[in-house]
Design a protein around this ligand. Structure first.
Ligand SMILES: [Zn+2]
Ligand SMILES: [Zn+2]
Ligand SMILES: [Zn+2]
Length: 335
């Protein structure tokens, strides 16, 4: 059984998941190795190589686990957390722990082994976004859970172990550190000014334009004022809302359109780098509405600089590219 442990100094929760060490080619070889087409468990026809699906979209109405899907969601074969059981929160002297209860799923974004998010069509990307939404709405009914991480690692250096385009979802009984930090910051801003900090960012950036990469009716893509990484890009809805899964349909459509062109810009300007894409959204089972001032968004973090060792060791970032320069480069890309 995986276990969640809380660091008594920072309050940060960590998953201790020794089960995952059983997977082949783990940390004995730090060199990233990636599973290609020959052994791909995500290609149509290989459905038996994954656990049975929890959600799939099919255009021709085939049965569950048949190979005519266009998007398919399956439990991770090597889950970091386990679905069954109680949380059994307990103290161990001064320490806090609980069972590693949660869900770990894989969203297989396309049946086409060679497509990437950037090369998919806008409706195909939108379909992936609605699979995220459907799984979020289903999993958040579980009262044991507090947060669902939805993310995508593109490329081996961003942590992908399979070539075939996929995203992951990890449903947790605790709120991850980076979300807690953002919620706390949004709360401080709200208490001081009675405005959402993200709405303020959108307003000021739209007015000045120096860090706006692209925008459409519902979403703005911008380089944040103090980015941790070169070409870090945020996509924010213009309308205030705390939760990704509650967005109206036209916002997913707009998000899909903007994601597509921002990723094409990044691919063309930077020669298809590895990147992480993460959905930031408010925690749920939040009876006191303490997170209404939070504003959901998507962050894209390209893996470019070779300075990773520094921030991993220190938590302090050195970014060699200014966001103004990154904006100029990405805006100049011809679509
Ligand atoms: Zn494949
Ligand atoms: Zn807002
Ligand atoms: Zn964020």
């Amino acid at each position: 059984m995986p276990e969640l442990r809380k660091d008594p100094v920072t309050g940060r929760w960590v998953i201790i998941s020794t089960e995952r060490r059983k997977r082949p080619n783990d940390f004995r070889f730090e060199r990233p190795s990636i599973i290609g087409r020959e052994e791909c468990p995500f290609c149509p026809g290989q459905e038996a190589l994954t656990p049975p699906e929890v959600l799939a979209y099919r255009q021709n109405g085939g049965g569950a686990n048949s190979s005519d899907w266009v998007v398919r969601v399956v439990p991770n074969k090597f889950p970091a957390l386990q679905v069954e059981g109680g949380l059994d929160r307990e103290g161990d002297g001064m320490f806090d722990r609980m069972n590693g209860i949660g869900a770990h799923e894989v969203i297989i974004e396309t049946p086409d082994h060679d497509k990437t998010f950037a090369s998919m069509s806008e409706p195909e990307i939108e379909r992936v976004l609605s699979a995220y939404r459907e799984r979020l709405l289903d999993l958040k009914q579980d009262r044991r859970l507090r947060y669902i991480l939805v993310f995508k690692n593109q490329g081996a250096t961003a942590g992908a172990t399979l070539e075939h385009a996929h995203s992951q979802l990890i449903a947790l009984p605790v709120v991850p550190d980076f979300v807690r930090e953002e919620i706390e910051g949004a709360r401080r801003h709200f208490e001081a000014k009675e405005r959402c900090v993200f709405c303020d960012i959108v307003r000021q950036e739209m007015a000045s334009g120096t860090r706006v990469i692209q925008e459409n009716a519902d979403i703005v893509a911008l380089a944040p004022y103090a980015p941790r990484f070169p070409f870090e890009t945020w996509l924010l809805p213009r309308r205030h809302a705390s939760r990704f899964e509650d967005a109206p349909r036209h916002e997913y459509e707009s998000l899909a359109r903007l994601l597509k062109s921002v990723l094409v810009r990044i691919d063309r300007a930077l020669e298809s780098p590895a990147y992480n894409l993460i959905v930031h959204s408010a925690p749920f089972n939040d009876a006191n509405h303490t997170t209404d001032h939070y504003h959901w968004h998507v962050e894209i973090l390209p893996k470019l600089a070779r300075t990773a060792g520094f921030e991993w060791g220190t938590g302090f970032y050195i970014n060699p590219t200014s966001p103004e320069e990154a904006t100029r480069v990405l805006k100049a890309v011809k679509l």
